[in-house]
Design a protein around this ligand. Structure first.
Ligand SMILES: [Zn+2]
Length: 150
């Protein structure tokens, strides 16, 4: 079993629906078709995915576990990352980080990402890809080019 498939087999139908909606397109083409085959195996089609996402019963859960605010899965990944974003500083925590940086000591923070839908819960270095704003930029660019051609 491939890595992606063994990961998928650990997801329940709801998690799989969120995965299909938000993560699928971030994979390489070959992996995408492997994932799509697996979705068919699990009987998930577009309309079922829509339904699962809209009725996700986990949104009503009230336990002590840390959950993704988007898909409510507790399959959350925490990575310790060296905190480099000290420039925009506000608050004392930022000043301490800068000071440590100057002293040659790095500050570590948790980067917290949902393993199921790819939602960033904590993004200390603002590394999160910004597909929407990029799209907006492309639209603006298109409009500019269009205006120039006229
Ligand atoms: Zn999630």
């Amino acid at each position: 079993m491939s890595r992606v498939k063994s990961f998928l087999s650990g997801l329940d139908d709801y998690e799989l629906a969120y995965f299909a909606r938000f993560k699928l397109l971030t994979y390489m083409k070959a992996t995408q078709s492997e994932i799509k085959e697996y979705l068919i195996e699990r009987n998930l089609n577009e309309s079922k995915i829509d339904r699962l996402i809209s009725e996700n019963p986990k949104s009503k859960l009230n336990d002590e576990r840390e959950r993704c605010p988007r898909c409510y899965s507790d399959k959350i990944r925490k990575d310790q990352v060296e905190w480099t974003n000290t420039s925009g500083g506000f608050g004392i925590e930022d000043e301490v980080a800068t000071w440590d940086g100057l002293g040659g000591r790095a500050t570590y923070k948790n980067e917290v990402i949902c393993n199921v839908c790819g939602f960033w819960l904590e993004d200390p270095n603002q590394e999160k890809p910004l597909p929407t704003s990029k799209k907006v930029l492309n639209v603006i660019w298109d409009i500019l080019l269009g205006a120039l051609r006229r």
